[in-house]
Design a protein around this ligand. Structure first.
Ligand SMILES: Nc1nc2c(c(=O)[nH]1)N[C@H]1C(S)=C(S)[C@@H](COP(=O)(O)OP(=O)(O)OC[C@H]3O[C@@H](n4cnc5c(=O)[nH]c(N)nc54)[C@H](O)[C@@H]3O)O[C@H]1N2
Ligand SMILES: Nc1nc2c(c(=O)[nH]1)N[C@H]1C(S)=C(S)[C@@H](COP(=O)(O)OP(=O)(O)OC[C@H]3O[C@@H](n4cnc5c(=O)[nH]c(N)nc54)[C@H](O)[C@@H]3O)O[C@H]1N2
Ligand code: SF4
Ligand SMILES: [Mo]
Length: 740
C-alpha cells in the first residue's frame, strides 16, 4: 500500500508533456568523473566473466565477476550501470571475501538445546524443511497464519515475502524502515505526495548548493551518490554540512555547522524563518504548487536565528548567511533528505522541515534539486490472489502509528512478548538477511521476544548473532553463487540488471528462491511458485522487455527507452501532487487530521547528565553495518571501531589517544572494550562510533570481540508517534577504565 506506487500511476495519467528524453549510456559517461578500466568494457560475453549486482550494501551496483582457474579473481563495475558508472566502492571490490570466508554457514542446522546455548546438529535440507513445515502447520491451526512474521533485508527476502503472504500473513518488517528511512519516506509522502526512494531522486550532479544534515556522504559510501557529490564539489557547488562531528563531507564544505546534537529542527525552522522574512523563497513556485504558506509564515515567525542560537549553538549570522547561500543557488539547491534518519523520535517532523525548505526553494522537480525518476516496466507472472489476513501487526497497537505504511520491526518484537491486552502474540519468525540482535535497538527486548517463539527460522550466509537463537538455520549461498530477481531500479535512465551465479554454491548452501519454493511445496502453496527454476521466471520477465537471459548475460545491464520526457517540471507546468490538496503541503492536512502538528514545531530533547555524553554512531567507508566485519578482504582494511572523544573531555577523564576503554550507558549497560580516538573533530557533548563492530559470535573468528557494538548501548529509544521509527540517539554514555 505505498503511495508512491499510486503516484507512479498518476504520472502515467498526467502524461508530463510531449517530446523525447534520451539519456543513454553516453550521457551518463559524459558526467562520469571516474576513469573506466577498458578491460571492463571488453568483459561482456567473455568466458569466466559473469554479471552480478552487489549485495554488500543496498545500493546494488552492477558489475562483472572475473575468474581465473575457476577461482575468484576480481569484481569490477559495469560502465553501463547508473548505480556504479563502472566503479565499485572498496566494499563491493572486497565482496569476493563473502564467497571465500571460511567461517560461512555450511549446512542446515537444527537446534538441539535451549535457545542461545548454540547447540545445533547438522541436518539435511529435507529434515530442516520438515521441521519448519510441521511448526508452520501447527501455528496456522492453533493461532492463525497471521502469527508468523518475516523480518527481511536483501534480495532473497522477496521469495520469503511471497511465501509468507501465500501462507496468510502480511506481517513483513524490514529494519530499513523503522530503523532507517521510514520517517523520511513518510515525511516526503506527506509533503510532496511521493517518497524519496532508493537510489534517492536527488539531482546532486547538477546542484549548486548541497545542504547535508547529518548525512555523512563519503563515509556513507552509496556509490553513485558519492560520485555525484564529488562531481558537484568539483564543479564548485557550495556545501553546507550540519554535523556535530567534522565528517568527511564537512571537510569538503564551505560551511561546517557543528550543531548541538538533537537540535536540527530548530536550525531548520530558523532557516525557514529567514527565507520567508527576507522574501528569499521562490514566489511563483510557492504560489502555484504549495498549500499552507500563510500558516507556515505565522508558525515560524518567532523561530528567528536569535531564537535558534542558544538551542543549536550556531551563531545567528551564520544561519542567515547559509540561508542566503541556499536561496542564491535555488532551485539548484538541495537540502538532502538524509537516509538513516531515526535519530530522536521526532524524525518525521525534522525531515518534513527539510522538505518544506526544499519546497520554499522550489527545488522539488527542478534541475539540481529533486528529479522525477523513470523505471523499466518489467512484467511479473500472475499469481493466485493471496489469502486475506484477518488481522495484522497494527491490531497490537490500537490507534498508534497511524501513518506507518510498513510493519515496524520493534513493534513485532513487542507484540511477540505475551501480554493481557492481546489475544494472539507472534509465534513464528522468519529472519532473512538481517542480524536483528545488532540491528534492532534494545537487544534485550529482542531476546525476550525470541524466547516466546514456537519457531525461529534464520536464513543467513554467516553464523551471525541471530543464528545462535534459531530453531533452524538455513545457509544461503552468497550473491556470487546464485541468480536473483532482476534489479529494476528507478533513476535517470530506465534499466534492468542481472545477477547470475559466477560460482557453484560452496558447501551445502542453497539460494533463497529454492528454499522458499521447497517450503511452499510442502505447505501446499506451490501455485505461488509456478517456476521450478528461477531461470524460467527470469526469462518470463525479460521477455516482457524484449530481452532474454542470454542477452543479459552479455550485457549485465540493459538500458531501456522511457516514455517520460523530462526529469524536471516543465516551465509553468500544471502539476497535481498526490496529497489530499493536490499541492505540496507546507501545512500537512494529513498530520492535522491524525492529531499531529501540521507544521513542525521544535521541542527540546533530554540532555546528558553530568559526566555523560550523547552516543552518536555512523558508517565507515570500508564496511557495511555488521555484515562485512568478518569479510577477510575488508577486515584487513579496518578490524575494529574506535570511540571519538573531544580532547577536552579526554583530558578530564585522563583518557589518552588509542587507550582501550569501556563505555557505560545511562542504564548501567557496559560495552566491550573500544579504543579511544581523541580528536578535535567532535563536539565535547557527544561521542561517536562506527556501527557494526563488537561481534559476540565466536564462530565469526575474524570479527569476534573486535571493537564495541553500539546496539548494546541503545537500551532506550524514542519512538516516532507518527510512523513508529525508533529514535536511537537518545542514549548517553560515560567512561570506565576496567577491561571487560
Ligand atoms: N545500533 C544501530 N542499529 C542500526 C543502525 C546503526 O547505525 N546503529 N543502522 C540501521 C540501518 S540504517 C539499517 S538499514 C539496518 C541494517 O540492518 P541489517 O540489514 O540487519 O544489517 P546487518 O546487521 O549487516 O545484517 C545483515 C545480515 O545479513 C546477512 N547476509 C549478508 N548477505 C546475505 C545474503 O546474501 N543472504 C542472506 N540470507 N543473508 C545475508 C549477514 O550475514 C548479516 O547477518 O540497521 C539499522 N540498525
Ligand atoms: N560505507 C557504508 N556506507 C553506507 C552504509 C554502510 O553500512 N556502510 N549503509 C547505508 C545505509 S543503509 C544508510 S541508511 C546510510 C546511512 O548514512 P547517513 O544517512 O549519512 O547516516 P546517519 O546515521 O544519518 O548520519 C551519520 C552522521 O550523522 C551525524 N549526527 C549524529 N547525530 C546528529 C545530530 O543530532 N544532528 C546532525 N546534524 N548530525 C548528527 C554523525 O556525526 C554522522 O556523521 O548509509 C548507507 N551507506
Ligand atoms: S556501493 Fe559498494 S557495497 Fe554498495 S552495492 Fe555498490 S559496490 Fe556494493
Ligand atoms: Mo539504512
Amino acid at each position: 500500500m505505498t503511495k508512491s506506487l499510486n503516484r507512479r500511476e498518476f504520472i502515467k495519467i498526467a502524461g508530463i508533456g510531449a517530446g523525447g528524453f534520451a539519456a543513454g549510456a553516453s550521457a551518463l559517461h559524459a558526467w562520469n568523473p571516474f576513469q573506466i578500466d577498458p578491460t571492463q568494457i571488453a568483459s561482456s560475453g567473455i568466458p569466466g566473466v559473469t554479471p552480478t549486482y552487489c549485495e554488500i550494501c543496498f545500493w546494488k551496483c552492477a558489475g562483472w565477476v572475473h575468474k581465473k582457474d575457476n577461482e575468484p579473481w576480481k569484481i569490477v563495475g559495469n560502465p553501463d550501470d547508473p548505480h556504479s558508472n563502472g566503479r565499485f566502492c572498496p566494499r563491493g571490490t572486497g565482496g569476493l571475501g563473502a564467497y571465500t570466508d571460511p567461517d560461512r554457514l555450511k549446512t542446515p542446522l537444527i537446534r538441539v538445546e535451549e535457545r542461545g546455548k548454540q547447540v545445533f546438529r547438522e541436518a539435511t535440507w529435507d529434515e530442516a524443511f520438515d521441521y519448519i513445515t510441521d511448526k508452520m502447520n501447527l501455528i496456522k491451526e492453533k493461532w492463525g497464519p497471521e502469527c508468523v512474521a518475516l523480518f527481511t533485508h536483501g534480495s532473497g527476502g522477496d521469495y520469503f515475502k511471497n511465501l509468507i503472504k501465500a501462507y496468510g500473513s502480511n506481517n513483513i518488517a524490514a529494519p530499513s524502515y523503522a530503523q532507517c528511512r521510514g520517517p523520511r519516506e513518510e515525511a516526503y509522502v506527506l509533503t510532496f505526495g511521493e517518497a524519496v526512494g532508493s537510489p534517492e531522486r536527488t539531482d546532486m550532479q547538477n546542484s549548486k548548493c548541497i545542504v547535508l544534515i547529518g548525512s555523512h556522504i563519503g563515509e556513507n559510501m552509496h556509490n553513485g551518490q558519492v560520485q555525484e557529490f564529488t562531481e558537484a564539489v568539483a564543479a564548485g557547488a557550495t556545501v553546507i554540512t550540519v554535523d556535530p562531528r567534522f565528517s568527511t563531507a564537512a571537510s569538503k564544505s564551505k560551511y561546517w555547522l557543528p550543531i548541538k546534537p538533537s537540535t536540527d529542527l530548530a536550525l531548520l525552522l530558523a532557516w525557514i524563518n529567514v527565507i520567508i522574512e527576507e522574501e528569499l523563497y521562490d514566489k511563483d513556485y510557492v504560489e502555484k504548487y504549495t498549500y499552507g504558506f500563510q500558516q507556515l509564515k505565522e508558525s515560524v515567525k518567532n523561530n528567528t536565528p536569535e531564537w535558534a542560537y542558544p538551542i543549536t549553538t550556531i551563531k545567528p549570522h551564520i544561519i542567515r548567511e547559509t540561508a542566503r547561500e541556499m536561496a542564491k543557488n535555488a532551485p539548484a539547491t538541495i537540502v538532502h533528505p538524509g537516509r538513516h534518519v531515526t535519530w530522536y523520535g521526532d524524525d518525521t517532523q525534522r525531515v518534513r522541515a527539510g522538505a518544506i525548505l526544499n519546497a520554499l526553494l522550489g527545488s522539488w522537480g527542478r534541475r539540481g534539486g529533486f528529479y522525477s525518476q523513470v523505471k523499466a516496466k518489467v512484467k511479473s507472472p500472475a499469481l493466485p490472489p493471496y489469502p486475506k489476513p484477518k488481522k495484522d501487526w497494527k491490531d497490537a497497537f490500537p490507534g498508534k502509528y497511524p501513518l506507518a505504511n510498513l510493519a515496524i520491526s520493534q513493534g513485532i518484537c513487542d507484540a511477540t512478548i505475551p501480554s493481557v491486552e492481546r489475544d494472539c502474540s507472534f509465534k513464528g519468525w522468519f529472519v532473512y538477511g538481517t542480524n536483528l540482535l545488532m540491528t534492532l535497538p534494545q537487544p534485550k527486548k529482542t531476546l525476550e521476544a525470541i524466547q516466546n517463539l514456537e519457531l525461529l527460522v534464520v536464513v543467513d550466509i554467516l553464523p551471525a548473532e541471530i543464528t545462535g537463537y534459531a530453531d533452524v538455520i538455513l545457509p544461503e549461498c552468497t550473491y556470487l553463487e546464485r541468480y536473483d530477481d532482476l534489479r529494476v531500479s528507478a533513476g535517470r535512465v530506465a534499466n534492468v540488471a542481472l545477477r547470475a551465479p559466477a560460482f557453484e554454491p560452496k558447501y551445502d548452501t542453497k539460494p533463497a528462491y529454492w528454499m522458499a519454493r521447497e517450503l511452499a511445496l510442502r505447505l501446499n502453496l506451490g501455485e505461488y511458485f509456478p517456476y521450478e527454476k528461477i531461470e524460467d521466471y527470469l526469462e518470463y520477465r525479460l521477455k516482457s522487455i524484449g530481452s532474454s537471459l542470454d542477452e543479459m548475460k552479455k550485457l549485465g545491464v540493459k538500458q531501456l527507452p522511457s516514455d517520460q520526457n523530462s526529469l524536471y517540471f516543465l516551465e509553468g507546468e500544471d502539476f497535481e501532487f498526490y496529497t489530499p490538496t493536490g499541492k505540496i503541503e507546507l501545512y500537512s492536512t494529513q498530520l492535522a487530521n491524525a492529531g499531529f502538528d501540521p507544521i513542525p514545531q521544535y521541542t527540546a530533547h533530554e540532555e546528558p547528565g553530568e559526566g555523560y555524553y550523547r552516543l552518536l554512531y555512523g558508517r565507515a567507508p570500508m564496511h557495511t553495518f555488521g555484515r562485512t566485519a568478518n569479510n577477510p578482504n575488508l577486515a584487513d582494511l579496518m578490524d575494529e571501531n574506535e570511540v571519538w572523544i573531544n580532547p577536552k573531555v579526554a583530558k578530564e577523564w585522563g583518557i589518552r589517544h588509542r587507550d582501550y576503554i569501556i563505555l557505560e550507558n545511562q542504564d548501567g549497560i557496559k560495552s566491550a572494550k573500544i579504543r579511544a580516538k581523541v580528536t578535535e573533530r567532535i563536539r565535547h557533548d557527544c561521542v561517536y562510533m562506527v556501527h557494526g563492530f563488537g561481534h559476540s559470535q565466536k564462530q565469526m573468528r575474524r570479527s569476534f570481540n573486535k571493537g564495541a557494538n553500539d546496539s548494546d548501548l541503545i537500551s532506550k529509544i524514542n519512538v516516532d508517534p507518527i510512523m513508529g521509527g525508533t529514535g536511537m540517539r537518545v542514549n548517553f554514555v560515560t567512561f570506565r577504565r576496567e577491561v571487560a
